[in-house]
Design a protein around this ligand. Structure first.
Ligand code: ZN
Length: 424
């Protein structure tokens, strides 16, 4: 079926806006060259983007080229970053973290609210998200901008299409319609998306890898150039695994989050590493999370009571101290965990034929003890396949990865359809 005029126009607007976003300000002739569109179309499309407040014109007086007096100033088209803002929200066991950013990646504010939700009660979490949303809306109004999207990253499997948290075991939530609860309270109109936090972190880490390789690779990208590196230098499939409240992860294929049939792909914590093993909250046996999750590591290292009394983060801080001090039980626990982690993640990696594995969260914090074991397991496998081993590296973004990925997702939607920002 042929695409209708509206679809083609949205596509072309996206082409122009995306080009300016990646490359910075450009003259109309440069835009035509870069997008392959004719000059007349560029003029119309730029006019539309100006009317939406997304781009503006600027006179650029050349400092090089023809002698002064002969060179006319060029008209450069550039993005107005603050016209469009996106709110990224991360839901944790104890707090809701939010950050508001514009198209340039400038953060306008960040906040962390302790929600105080009891096990099984999503209401205080929804209220904290709604409060962040209202604040973001107010900021956008005062700055003559548009809050284009709110992306909520949840620690647990979600159904993005319906905005429902399918099962967050640590929270005691079962099929919670989180986005509907937030909308009821917020009283603001804003497009919202619910995603798994492992997926957003995976996407952000993939982009960080792109940036790193773009800069250090074949010299294809100069500093400040936001062009992606050549595809050949990037893995087509990346698996990401992290531990924080539990064990999560995500899969990125060709630069996009792979959600699977129901958006539940990448739940690496529930890959079974022993079918007659430890009982997991999910109802299965021998799940990876029951051996390498923070609760499990704390309990195995004799820190279960501390985790119970002061929380998992306190227990993990103690565990890290004990490991650094070379305490034998802790080191033995971590070495055994590394084998389990390597074995579980190798299964995931094999199934999707991964080209790169990235470890984040506590897995990265404990990398001195975990990474050698995981790498050893990964290096065993390809001998028979005559393939180089899948590289295993640590995340580059630390705990920022979840929110960074949520922002990327939010802006991707605007860059794919600039008509989400209304005419002024
Ligand atoms: Zn499980």
């Amino acid at each position: 079926m042929p695409a209708d005029v509206g679809t083609i126009r949205r596509h072309n607007l996206a082409l122009v806006l995306g080009c300016l976003h990646r490359r910075g300000g450009l003259a109309r002739t440069e835009l035509a060259e870069a997008t392959g569109l004719v000059h007349a179309s560029i003029t119309t499309l730029v006019g539309d983007l100006v009317a939406r407040g997304l781009v503006r014109e600027r006179k650029d007086h050349p400092t090089s080229g023809p002698p002064p007096g002969r060179g006319r100033p060029r008209t450069i088209i550039e993005i107005v970053p603050q016209r469009c803002v996106v709110l990224a929200v991360q839901i944790g066991l104890e707090s809701v973290t939010a950050t508001l950013s514009d198209l340039d990646g400038t953060s306008h504010w960040s906040t962390e609210t302790r929600h105080g939700a009891r096990y099984g009660d999503p209401e205080p979490v929804a209220a904290a998200v709604a409060a962040a949303l209202a604040r973001a809306q107010q900021f956008a109004r005062e700055a003559s901008g548009v809050l284009a999207h709110c992306v909520v990253a949840m620690a647990g499997p979600v159904d993005s299409a319906s905005g429902v948290v399918v099962a967050a075991i640590d929270f005691g939530w079962d099929h919670v319609p989180l986005l509907a609860l937030v909308s009821e309270r917020a009283g603001v109109e804003c497009a919202m998306t619910l995603v798994n936090d492992g997926s957003t972190a995976a996407l952000a880490e993939y982009r960080a890898l792109c940036t790193e390789r773009g800069r250090s690779g074949s010299g294809a990208a100069a500093p400040g150039d936001r062009e992606a590196p050549p595809r050949a230098t990037m893995p087509r499939v990346m698996v990401y695994a992290k531990a924080d409240t539990g064990v999560g992860g995500g899969i990125v294929i060709d630069g996009q989050i792979f959600g699977g049939e129901n958006g539940l792909a990448g739940e690496v914590g529930h890959v079974s590493v022993d079918h007659a093993g430890r009982a997991c909250h999910c109802g299965s046996l021998g799940c990876l999370a029951t051996y390498v999750g923070p609760d499990a590591l704390a309990a195995d290292a004799g820190l279960g009571a501390l985790a119970e009394a002061e929380g998992v983060s306190a227990a993990m801080a103690r565990l890290l101290c004990q490991a650094r001090a070379g305490e034998s039980r802790t080191v033995a626990v971590l070495e055994a965990a590394a084998e389990m982690l390597g074995s579980g993640l190798l299964s995931v990696s094999d199934v999707v034929n991964a080209g790169h594995l990235v470890l984040g969260g506590y897995f990265a914090d404990l990398s001195d003890w975990l990474l050698p074991g995981v790498t050893r397991v990964f290096n065993r496998r390809p001998v028979a396949l005559h393939l180089p081993p899948v590289p295993v590296t640590l995340g580059r973004l630390g705990r920022r990865a979840v929110l960074d990925g949520a922002l990327i997702l939010g802006f991707e939607r605007v860059l794919a359809d600039p008509t989400l920002v209304p005419l002024r």
